[in-house]
Design a protein around this ligand. Structure first.
Ligand SMILES: Nc1ncnc2c1ncn2[C@@H]1O[C@H](COP(=O)(O)OP(=O)(O)O)[C@@H](O)[C@H]1O
Ligand SMILES: [Mg+2]
Length: 133
């Protein structure tokens, strides 16, 4: 089981995380569209970490089994947390005068998306999966 962990502290780490996502998707046989989807979702989440929590953790692992190819990504921070999660998941909601589409877009780009947040802790888990043929 392949696994990688990157501490997210600056723009360069966003690029590293993005590349790690693309690379794992490619090596597990996902097509270019899925590679880009995963990389884009990772960008949005790790950018949020920098923007709202200053720093955090990115983890990606290959959880494939006999039946399916599975990539799991976790992005976590110990920043302020998201006050209203339902609002944060809406298109156009932003507390920073930016576009407010990062979270809803990321959710659409991957196959499974879950987010948990409370004051002092935010954690997003995403999965890309494909049946074995
Ligand atoms: N890791 C985080 N910690 C705290 N708040 C966050 C985090 N990620 C997102 N948010 C909140 O959710 C809102 C929506 O995020 P997002 O959809 O990425 O849009 P944007 O970043 O453009 O505002 C943000 O404006 C912010 O208030
Ligand atoms: Mg954002």
């Amino acid at each position: 089981m392949d696994k990688k962990r990157i501490e997210i502290k600056n723009e360069a780490d966003i690029v590293l995380a993005r590349q790690a996502g693309r690379k794992m998707a490619q090596s597990l046989g996902f097509g270019p569209a899925d590679q880009t989807r995963l990389a884009t979702a990772i960008s949005e989440l790790t950018r949020n970490v920098i923007q709202y929590a200053q720093q955090g953790i990115f983890e990606i692992c290959d959880q494939s089994n006999r039946k399916a190819i599975i990539i799991r990504v976790m992005v976590e921070d110990f920043g302020p947390g998201i006050a209203d999660l339902d609002k944060a998941m809406e298109y156009g909601f932003s507390t920073s005068q930016s576009l407010g589409v990062g979270l809803p877009a990321a959710k659409k780009l991957v196959h499974k998306f879950s987010i948990k947040s409370k004051p002092g802790h935010t954690k997003v888990t995403m999965v890309m999966t494909r049946k074995r043929v």
